[in-house]
Design a binder for this molecule. Structure first.
Ligand code: GLN
Length: 534
């Protein structure tokens, strides 16, 4: 089969859910048992997302292979239920650094190196090399940003060139506003956006319309007319109860048939796969119960900072047939106001990852409250580190114990910089990143959650549990529940009583709708028990 490509572009504005649309297209093709892979173009000049602020850009997603990638990769993996690799993320930073290196080596002797054709060729070569290496049935390329951005203009131009002699279907996501709920849907912004796209030499094969209410016939007809398409190629993407329903919503409108026709593929859908997906969705839609979980973090102002965590709770909630209501608690607020009223209403508490001192004392307060009141608790990375600090201070009596990240002069540095991190001076891609093995202690809650001894989870940190304090913490009842065998690094800790697990890893990064993270499944079960016992 000759290479097949789908390119997903965005009109008008960001934040419409282009990642969800791309993931849904991928999933739709996966229902047909096609081998499909995503590629993401990002125009920013950072080499990768690792040095960005989660508060601005959202979560930094980490893959098994140590790559720090855009949070859209989290979406792709959660839909596709497959581990992806960092070479699928193509950023402006990677492209420019490669191009300049090539030029310095004499790769373009005698030429003046230009955006067109050198940079655009570089993009095309990247795509072709991914195709050769992975040999998928279909590559789905998501172009980050919006038509009209300077940052992604060279990606769009390269896709125009790319499509001239290849099998490419262009999917374009637009926004159809209505002034109020009963107001008429307006297509003028889309008309202007489509004209802009046509000026760039690209005409869409499919237009997907993001809107609040269902797309009206009048609006659909008008958009079809302006994009030279039949109306079955203008697709509704109105508000739904969960993004995981989007692939099914697309299938219900026949988008699968249209896409397969464009790709020249004739296949039958794998009904068992689709049914399984539908049955999980129905648990999200009408769960049997609900639990209240508090997330005590330092970036709660931007929920996307914790995208994988939020999704992991949806997955494990659906698995346990409950809705997990999240109370986002800014940890600095707990420092100032205590907020025990709010904490007492929770069936479970999570302290997630993070960097820097701000808010950590509030996290420690919340952890102490969970431990003392036997509220099921999960500490993830920084959360596990603060769980260690809380135990050292309040149970072992190690006064002012801390992580050296928060207090470099602390007398008891129960969390300290990883030995091999000490010599590292550069910041990009130098943390302890990616998948590491861990051996779980039999009889521990962690072992019970995973039902196996040897597990692998993803990491992103520079500090670790200080083994010098292992004895005193253990003597005072802290359970060391998991160790990385190669580095002898404590990866999992637990309280003896109740359910309190801290892990240096980020199990939320591997949670998918069809295979929720085991530790989250156990945590939600414990939260259900707690709510039943109230
Ligand atoms: N700041 C901590 C460290 O670097 C925790 C990192 C995290 O939570 N991802 O070790």
């Amino acid at each position: 089969m000759p290479p097949k490509y789908i390119v997903v572009l965005g009109l008008l504005m960001s934040g419409l859910g282009k990642g969800a649309v791309t993931s849904s297209i991928i999933k739709m093709l996966d229902f047909y048992d096609l081998k499909v892979l995503p590629v993401k173009f990002d125009g920013y000049l950072n080499y990768d997302c690792g040095t960005m602020n989660p508060y601005r850009h959202g979560e930094v997603f980490v893959l098994n292979d140590k790559s720090e990638v855009d949070m859209d990769f989290g979406l792709y993996e959660r839909f596709l239920n497959k581990d992806l690799t960092g070479n699928l993320s193509i950023t402006g930073g990677k492209l420019f650094s490669k191009l300049v290196n090539k030029e310095r080596k004499g790769g373009f002797l005698g030429e003046d190196v230009q955006i067109i054709p050198h940079l655009t060729n570089e993009i095309i070569e990247n795509i072709e090399s991914i195709y050769k290496k992975t040999n998928p049935d279909v590559l789905v390329i998501e172009v980050g940003g919006t038509i009209g951005d300077i940052e992604n203009s060279y990606f769009i131009e390269s896709m125009r060139q790319f499509a001239t002699n290849r099998d490419v279907t262009f999917v374009c996501l637009t926004y159809v506003p209505a002034l109020d709920v009963v107001g008429e849907q307006k297509t003028k912004p889309t008309q202007i956006g489509l004209r802009q796209l046509l000026q760039l030499g690209i005409s869409p094969d499919i237009v997907i319309c993001r809107s609040k209410a269902s797309l009206e016939k009048k609006a659909r007809d008008k958009i079809a007319l302006f994009s030279n398409l039949s109306t079955d190629r203008v697709i509704d993407d109105s508000d739904d109860y969960t993004i995981y329903h989007l692939p099914v919503h697309f299938i219900d409108q026949g988008l699968d048939k249209v896409l397969l026709e464009d790709l020249g593929i004739s296949r039958k859908i794998n009904k068992a796969k689709l049914n399984e997906w539908n049955s999980i969705n129905s648990k999200i839609k009408s769960p049997k119960g609900e639990v209240n979980v508090g997330i005590v973090g330092k970036y709660t102002g931007l929920k996307d900072s914790y995208a994988s965590l939020r999704e992991a709770l949806i997955h494990s909630g659906a698995f346990n047939n409950v809705r997990v209501n999240i109370d986002w608690i800014e940890s600095t607020d707990i420092e100032k106001k205590g907020q025990t009223d709010r904490l007492s209403k929770l069936n479970g508490i999570i302290v997630p990852g993070g960097f820097g001192k701000r808010g950590t004392e509030g996290m420690i307060n919340a952890i102490a409250y969970a431990r003392e009141n036997k509220i099921p608790f999960l500490g993830l990375c920084l959360g596990m580190q603060m769980m260690t600090v809380e135990y050292a201070r309040n149970v072992c009596g190690l006064d002012k114990a801390n992580s050296s990240e928060m207090d470099p002069k602390a007398k008891h540095k129960v969390i300290d910089i990883i030995e091999w991190q000490k010599g590292i001076k550069t910041k990009g891609g130098t943390m302890r990143l990616g998948a590491y093995e861990c051996l779980l202690a039999p009889n521990s809650n962690s072992y019970k959650a995973y039902s196996k001894k040897k597990i692998t989870e993803r990491h992103r940190h520079r500090y670790e549990f200080n083994n010098k304090y292992r004895k005193v913490l253990e003597k005072n009842g802290l359970v060391i529940a998991g160790i990385n065998p190669k580095e002898n690094l404590v990866e999992f800790i637990e309280w003896k009583d109740g359910f309190g697990v801290g892990t240096q890893a980020h199990p939320e990064l591997k949670s998918r709708l069809e295979s929720p993270a085991p530790l989250f499944i156990s945590f939600v079960k414990e939260a259900i028990n707690r709510s039943a016992g109230e």
